[in-house]
Design a protein around this ligand. Sequence first.
Ligand code: NAP
Length: 293
Amino acid sequence: MTEPIGLPRPPAVGDTALRPGTFDGTAVFVTGAGTGLGKAIASEFARLGADVVIASRKPEHLTAGAEAIEAIGARVLTVSCDIRDAESVAAAFDAAVDAFGLPGVLVNNAAANFPVPAEDMSPNAWRTVVDITLNGTFLCCREFGRRHLAAGTPGSIVNIGASYAWTGGPGFVHSAAAKAGVKNLTESLAVEWGPYGIQVNCLVPGLFPHEDMTDDIRGNLDRTHDKDACQPALRVGERQELGWAATFLASPYGRFISGHTLVVDGANWQRRSMTNPPVTTIRDQMGRPPFEP
Ligand code: NAP
């Protein structure tokens, strides 16, 4: 009998597929790179020679991100930035240009999210998540695109998406709708800016648990006790796997890939049962009492 073995584990953190120095002389601007997956992605660019710009709001996140990049031996600039605010984004790019020159790569990683039944969501919660995840991503793309168009230089954008962009995300209606917008704007911008030498792609992580996850997201994750067993790969993602995909998309070897959404999730989003499991409402999954208007 053949036992399920799952997908093989990747090489360890520190290994690289691209040649050393692939990003020498290139500044890479990563939003939300002081935590979790943004930090992991920024680290892989740093390992390949990039100068890294970390843009986010909280000083403790900026410090943690800088420490990770410095430990690799790369140059790093931290800038306090709220991506919802166009002036704050412009000021962050000004600082990046002063430090390293115009970034050649933008990774729109920052996002906001928490599980909530749609009927319990406040208008402010909806607006906040859409403002950070969708509007903030557009504002950063816009700043990057305008500067490259003005300079006549090529560039590469990697937007971080999520697979519920096309499946819907029960319990995450705000984030799922915003990520659908991120996938869609990737496709529009790739066409609009291709003639100016700007690649625009989207990278979708599957389940990548990490120590910086917010309590809300961790609490949701804790509802699945054996996370590996619930993935077709029989394992969750290791963060360097996402970093490798991001560096490939933005590298000279991915130049003809644009408008694409690359999913790194061990086929989890395609998963379906042969027989329908019973439906459990989002309220029940979250242990919430019946809805009270
Ligand atoms: P995370 O640890 O919660 O990181 C989010 C980052 O965004 C934080 O560093 C935060 O920094 C920054 N941020 C939030 N609002 C901001 C704002 N207004 N301006 C600037 N920065 C802001 O999330 P993660 O798990 O690493 O996820 C990273 C990306 O992957 C997100 O786009 C997420 O949707 C996507 N994703 C993750 C998973 C997963 O399994 N982890 C799965 C699918 C998709 P500050 O608080 O310092 O601003």
